[in-house]
Design a protein around this ligand. Structure first.
Ligand code: SF4
Length: 156
């Protein structure tokens, strides 16, 4: 089992936004932080925006930021959104299924149950769980120090 790059990138982008709550992020900055092409980042940002996860401000000083508090962003919902486009097995795509076993296959229902368990675990995780108190992540993703942030350390 392997996540699509888009799903993983969506999670990275949301974590980057969450680690920079006081500023708008440009797509090129996000791409650099997430180690992907600007084009690829733009594609995922566009989808996140269309689904209401981020808001975009256009123009020279524009960029994106989270549309909701981190506590309200379900990682399970994000994964479902991006993963549902690609069927896990051939028989999960009714229109293009070519597997001859589908009428009598027990494996299919076990896979379905395993997937539901996978998403159930992620449904209990929020973006807040990924970033709150995660000073290592903050050090990697914060583009400028955030005053009074718990990870900022004592004043110099
Ligand atoms: S073998 Fe079973 S689980 Fe695999 S594609 Fe065919 S019907 Fe689906």
């Amino acid at each position: 089992m392997r996540l699509t790059t888009r799903t993983n990138l969506a999670a990275r982008i949301l974590m980057t936004c969450a680690s920079n709550p006081d500023r708008l992020l440009r797509t090129a900055e996000i791409a650099e932080m997430c180690n992907c092409s600007t084009n690829h980042a733009a594609h995922v940002v566009q989808r996140l925006q269309a689904e209401g996860y981020v808001t975009t401000l256009r123009g020279r000083a524009g960029g994106i930021r989270l549309a909701h508090p981190v506590e309200q962003v379900s990682i399970g919902a994000v994964f479902r959104l991006f993963e549902r486009e690609i069927p896990f097995a051939e028989c999960f795509d009714a229109e293009n299924n070519g597997c001859p076993l589908v009428g009598a296959c027990r494996l299919r229902s076990y896979i379905q149950r395993a997937l539901e368990a996978f998403y159930h675990e992620l449904d209990m995780v929020t973006l807040d769980d990924l970033v709150r108190g995660n000073c290592g992540l903050q050090a990697l993703l914060a583009m400028q120090p955030i005053p009074d942030h718990p990870c900022a350390g004592p004043p110099a």
